[in-house]
Write a protein that binds this ligand. Structure first.
Ligand code: CP
Ligand code: NVA
Length: 304
């Protein structure tokens, strides 16, 4: 097989703006079709290998269910049970796994591991979250914004909290979808400087969350301590005090602003319980759209 022709999805920027727009359109179609009870077995007999080095609810369920709905099969591979987890080299694992399955999804710590795997895989590789990026979540978030408010081009989005994997993927989305990203993060928790530089005028750090949210169209946050940072929880609670998305902050946003959170959420920390339950909070649609947008992604990588 010719590896140069294999398309991977390791970052949102691996797809062009046009491809991403097409993918979201397809996700919206697949969702409507699923609601009508129609069967679309476009990936019959195809297998998705799912490598999880970290926990997951939404990602595992959406990929596994998505493959079932498209007529294919998904294989859950935990490091406890595979030779990869016992130290078999990444390149050997990539060659072997990709010779048998059609597409591979990886959730892990180091982003370099996913890049290394993709280099030796003859099957498309999807980044299902690394410490650096979470591009699949952005497909769902963008689909959700389009469904509720139409095109996000020219809008302002405010990120409140850690300059983490989700923040980085929002910076990539700002480039591809043409919105302005205001990042309100405390000093010491800034996003990656290379990604920030690449975003250019599309992303800006505005320390004060109130100023960053002024008149904004979408407010987004995420946990203060991501997976792998559990022991920093107490330290981070201190650093992020004042960075909670609450009703006062939402009142400073545009009257039609939406609230998003990739979940799982820590009510009373990065977001108040009242905000999650507001009618402008679209977190449940966001979670459901993981299913529809990833079905569109699987079709894009396997059939295009
Ligand atoms: N948002 C998200 O990726 O959720 P899981 O960790 O449950 O997969
Ligand atoms: N930033 C979070 C996202 C979880 C979906 C984490 O990496 O744990």
């Amino acid at each position: 097989m010719n590896q140069t022709q294999t398309r991977h999805f390791l970052a949102l920027t691996d797809l062009s703006s046009g491809e991403l727009k097409g993918l979201i359109k397809r996700a919206i179609e697949l969702k409507a079709s699923q609601r009508r009870g129609e069967i679309h077995e476009t990936l019959k007999n195809r297998t998705l290998g799912m490598i999880f080095d970290k926990s997951s609810t939404r990602t595992r369920i959406s990929f596994e269910t998505g493959m079932t709905q498209l007529g294919g099969h998904a294989l859950f591979l935990s490091p406890r049970d595979t030779q990869l987890g016992r130290g078999e080299p990444i390149e050997d694992s990539a060659r072997v796994m990709s010779s048998m399955v059609d597409i591979i999804m990886i959730r892990t710590f180091d982003h370099e591991k996913v890049e290394h795997f993709a280099q030796y895989s003859t099957a498309p590789v999807i980044n299902a979250l690394t410490d650096l990026l979470h591009p699949c979540q952005l497909l769902a978030d963008m689909q959700t914004y389009f469904e509720h408010r139409g095109d996000i081009r020219g809008k302002t989005v405010t990120w409140v909290g850690d300059g983490n994997n989700m923040c980085h993927s929002y910076m990539n989305a700002a480039i591809r979808f043409g919105f302005k990203l205001n990042i309100a993060c405390p000093e010491g928790y800034d996003p990656d400087t290379t990604i920030l530089d690449t975003a250019g005028d599309s992303a800006e750090i505005i320390r004060d969350p109130m100023a960053a949210a002024d008149g904004t169209d979408l407010v987004v946050t995420d946990v203060w301590a991501s997976m792998g940072q559990e022991e920093e929880q107490a330290l981070r609670e201190k650093a992020f005090a004042g960075y909670q998305v609450n009703d006062a902050l939402m009142a400073n946003a545009d009257k039609d602003a939406l609230f998003m959170h990739c979940l799982p959420a820590h009510r009373g920390e990065e977001v108040s319980a009242s905000v999650i339950d507001r009618k402008d909070s679209v977190v449940w649609d966001e979670a459901e759209n993981r299913l529809h947008s990833q079905k569109a992604l699987l079709e894009f990588l396997l059939l295009n």
